[in-house]
Every structure is written in structure tokens, then in C-alpha cells.
Design a protein around this ligand. Structure first.
Ligand SMILES: [Zn+2]
Length: 156
């Protein structure tokens, strides 16, 4: 399994490439996907199934992820499965973010038009989160593949 630093570096290179390509080709709606890649790398990584760097990045709010860490077997399909892992982490996050959003609306800390624009950007954001975790999962599997191949060579 690659270290958290390797995952962060590879995802940052991918994010930089995506932003550079989007700016160079004068795309207008790249920001939500870029934010999604960053969030998916730094805070909603598949490795939240461990007390990993993404887990500690939540600061004191990491206690909210404690049940997730306890329940999820490391590298299971529920945390490291394509799409399903992201959907579970996003729904888990929504369980504590949506009540906060309603509270912010109730206290008039945010305008409903602002929330509407956030929801309009949500599909692009989710795609960004999925891109980040797909890169993570591919890296995990390829490192396992090469490690197994190396072990087989040593045995011969
Ligand atoms: Zn992993």
C-alpha cells in the first residue's frame, strides 16, 4: 500500500494537470471538480477506514469519523470500491453537513440562493471526489500487484 504522501502527491499532480488543462482550454466550470478532487484527496480519501492522515486532517471533528473507522474493514469494497465507497463517504458526510446547512439557513448565515448554487455545482464536485478516489484505488491495486510479482520473483 502506498503511503499517504504518495497518494497526496499523485493526486496533486492530477489536480494540477486538470486545472492547467482547464485554464489552457478556457473551460469555465472546472472549479467544483477541482475542489472535489482536493476534498477527495485531503479529507474524503478511501483511507478514512484507518486512523490515517485524511482522518487526522478533520481535526477535532475527526470524532465524527470514529464510527466509520470502527465499522469499515480496511480496503474493503465499502471503502475502496469504485463509486460505492464514495457514495458511502458522501452520504456519511451529508448526515452531519445537511443539519448544519439547515441551521445556517435558519440563522440566515447563508442565503438560499447561495445554497442553490452549491447544489447546482454538486454533480461536478462529486465527480471530482470520485476522480480522486479512483486514482487512490488504482494506485493501491497497482502497488499490491507489483509487490506480489516481486515476492514471486524472490521465491524462484
Ligand atoms: Zn487505500
Amino acid at each position: 500500500m502506498p503511503s499517504g504522501n504518495v497518494h497526496d502527491t499523485v493526486n496533486t499532480v492530477a489536480l494540477t494537470g486538470y486545472v492547467a488543462y482547464s485554464v489552457a482550454t478556457q473551460q469555465t466550470d472546472w472549479l467544483p471538480t477541482a475542489v472535489g478532487i482536493a476534498v477527495g484527496t485531503l479529507w474524503l480519501s478511501p483511507d478514512l477506514d484507518l486512523k490515517s492522515e485524511p482522518y487526522y486532517r478533520h481535526g477535532p471533528l475527526r470524532v465524527l469519523w470514529m464510527p466509520y473507522v470502527k465499522i469499515m474493514p480496511h480496503r474493503s469494497i465499502w471503502s475502496h470500491g469504485l463509486i460505492i465507497g464514495d457514495l458511502i463517504r458522501l452520504m456519511y458526510s451529508a448526515a452531519f453537513l445537511i443539519p448544519l446547512l439547515f441551521l445556517a439557513l435558519y440563522l440566515k448565515l447563508v442565503e438560499s440562493s447561495t445554497v442553490d448554487s452549491w447544489f447546482a455545482s454538486m454533480p461536478a464536485f462529486i465527480i471530482g471526489v470520485m476522480v480522486a478516489s479512483t486514482i487512490h484505488i488504482v494506485l493501491d491495486h497497482s502497488s499490491s500487484f507489483f509487490r506480489t510479482k516481486k515476492k514471486r520473483k524472490k521465491r524462484r
